[in-house]
Design a protein around this ligand. Structure first.
Ligand code: MN
Length: 181
């Protein structure tokens, strides 16, 4: 069974505004994007994903409450977690999954720099091929990315992350986490 080379996590986070923090392991840290509506398995939607900088690997294990007064104060759920493998586009619309570790590190690093990250997720909720693509941004935003589901057998039209309000690790809802810590 293929299970991916590197870690990923999606943390549902009720800060000032609800959002989902999507994090991919690349070279020992986790570059991150804040996705207001959360990832979708619907290939017809493009989800806004604002880069928030790298987080430490250990942070992927955090579920609980960021105390009031701190940046991002509010409840955090491990909404999805698992492994991923980078992909490279070998021809227009044709992708190859990278299975060799040293090539995968190179591909992930280069694609992050180039603003076009393609990958296959092996999560508990999210599966299949996705892309994160840098755009020029809208209005006052300096840099915006879009998260897009590629067409494959894991697509679900109308998929909304908010419809799946339970932790991948503890099954708790965000309200339960907010109450229990
Ligand atoms: Mn956050």
């Amino acid at each position: 069974m293929t299970s991916g080379l590197f870690a990923f996590v999606v943390q549902k986070h009720k800060a000032t505004a609800l959002h989902y923090d999507f994090r991919l392991e690349i070279e020992g840290e986790m570059p991150s994007w804040s996705v207001p509506k959360g990832p979708s398995l619907d290939p017809s939607v493009k989800r806004l994903a604002m880069p928030t900088g790298p987080h430490e690997m250990d942070y992927r294990n955090f579920e609980g409450i960021i105390a009031g007064g701190n940046y991002g104060a509010g409840a955090v759920m491990i909404w999805d977690e698992g492994r991923y493998s980078p992909e490279i586009e070998v021809d227009k619309g044709v992708r190859r999954k990278v299975t060799q570790l040293s090539e995968a590190t190179e591909v992930a690093t280069a694609s992050l720099r180039d603003g076009n990250v393609k990958f296959t997720l092996y999560g508990k909720k999210l599966h299949g091929s996705f892309a994160l693509v840098r755009t020029r941004g809208f209005g006052s935003m300096k840099e915006a990315w879009l998260m897009i589901k590629h067409r494959d057998e894991y697509c679900k039209s109308g998929y909304e992350a908010n419809d799946y309000d339970f932790s991948a690790r503890t099954k708790r809802s965000l309200a339960q986490i907010a109450a229990q810590g």
